[in-house]
Design a protein around this ligand. Structure first.
Ligand SMILES: [Zn+2]
Length: 385
């Protein structure tokens, strides 16, 4: 590198540096704030060489599978995950939690964990949201062949008091598929207070206190911390959530675990963590965005969750924050626009094709990418506000 830099000669060079990358140069000690550099090295221009060290590639991670007893086969049959012959309950597509790490699956960063990227390349990855101790969001697909337990998550204030401290968990589910008659449980029915819920919990019928909504593909449910909920049997969802582990089980439908024992409940903590003032009327209405292909499903202080229905090329991503895209229908090619990446310098992972069930993280330093649907494609887009 030093050798290469020593060879810089003051000759005109056409290699423009994309404007959106200039803001990161301070963090990387990179070349220059000029919009064009001077050199005679053509494709080996040191300025370009430096900018190659930026996180200028879409990042595809290897999914982390979770094989809980209530899972099914749809992560394979609907979303194309390689489950082997067994069932699986969850596919964690984006995760930076202790030993549970998303690992880059292709390109020059293969083998790097999301945690390493957050801690070592924070400004390039996260843009305006850097620095972070870890990636604040977690994205997963969930196949509930059986119902999940009725549960609630604490908010940030309560979770911070735990030993060790955790984040709270606000989440949102996007229903990808639902068997006829399958339901989503969310929120307490009108008039249910703590005393009434405590009585029903003692009788083993606390599910009767929750609203039940018919699960319909395309519906999105916003589940803030403190709202009791359960995904019913037969529902396949995509979930965006705060990266938190803290779940209090209120009721497990009187089931037994794999060891023949009922799974542990956390009734006191659950009753305490429930916000009895929270209500939910049903799925969140999708609101149109300025770009007609886009709709906003959820906007809260933890994340924004949009849906894109594409029939023509569309620019997605942003120069100052990272976006996480999940293809849920059809397939797309993701192409980087930057001129710097042309001329034989592009990384193998720079132009990628994603089918239904595949996901990609777009680092802030990458800026906008061109998403080209093959025919019609639907994507979910999750990012921090
Ligand atoms: Zn939950």
């Amino acid at each position: 590198m030093a050798e290469l830099q020593a060879k810089i000669a003051p000759r005109p060079c056409k290699h423009a540096i994309p404007r959106h990358l200039l803001q990161y140069s301070a963090h990387r000690g990179a070349a220059t704030k000029q919009s064009a550099v001077t050199c005679q090295w053509g494709g080996k221009c040191p300025a370009i060489f430096n900018f190659q060290t930026f996180l200028m590639q879409p990042l595809c991670f290897t999914p982390l599978l979770r094989r809980y007893l209530w899972g099914g086969r749809r992560l394979a049959t609907v979303l194309g995950k390689d489950l082997g012959p067994e069932t699986a309950a969850e596919s964690w597509e984006l995760c930076d939690r202790h030993e549970d790490q998303s690992v880059v699956a292709s390109g020059s960063l293969t083998g790097t964990t999301l945690g390493q990227l957050v801690r070592q390349r924070g400004p390039e990855l996260l843009g305006r949201h850097a620095p972070q101790p870890r990636f604040p969001l977690l994205f997963k697909f969930i196949d509930a062949r059986q119902a999940l337990s009725v549960q609630v998550h604490p908010d940030d204030v309560r979770a911070a008091l735990l030993q060790p401290p955790d984040l709270g968990k606000t989440e949102a589910w996007y229903v990808l598929a639902a068997e006829p008659g399958s339901v989503i449980y969310a929120g307490l029915k009108r008039g249910v207070d703590r005393a009434m819920l405590t009585r029903e919990v003692a009788r083993g019928t606390s599910d009767l206190c929750l609203n039940k909504f018919l699960a319909q593909p395309g519906d999105c449910y916003f589940v803030p911390a403190g709202l009791p909920h359960a995904i019913g049997a037969g529902v396949l969802v995509a979930e965006i959530q705060q990266s938190s582990d803290t779940t209090y089980r209120l009721f497990d439908f009187n089931r037994l675990g794999p060891d023949g024992q009922p799974r542990a409940l956390h009734i006191e903590q659950a009753l305490e963590a429930i916000d009895y003032n929270l209500t939910i009327a049903g799925p969140s209405p999708a609101k149109p965005l300025e770009q007609p292909q886009g709709e906003r499903l959820v906007e809260c202080e933890k994340f924004i969750f949009d849906r894109w229905t594409l029939t023509a090329d569309t620019m997605l991503g942003e120069a100052d924050r990272c976006h996480f895209l999940a293809v849920i229908e059809g397939s797309v090619a993701v192409a980087c626009e930057s001129g710097v990446l042309q001329g034989g310098l592009s990384d193998a992972g720079l132009n990628i094709v994603l089918g239904s069930g595949e996901t990609v993280l777009l680092p802030a330093a990458l800026g906008k990418v061109r998403v080209q649907p093959r025919g019609r494609a639907v994507l979910l887009d999750a990012y921090m506000p």
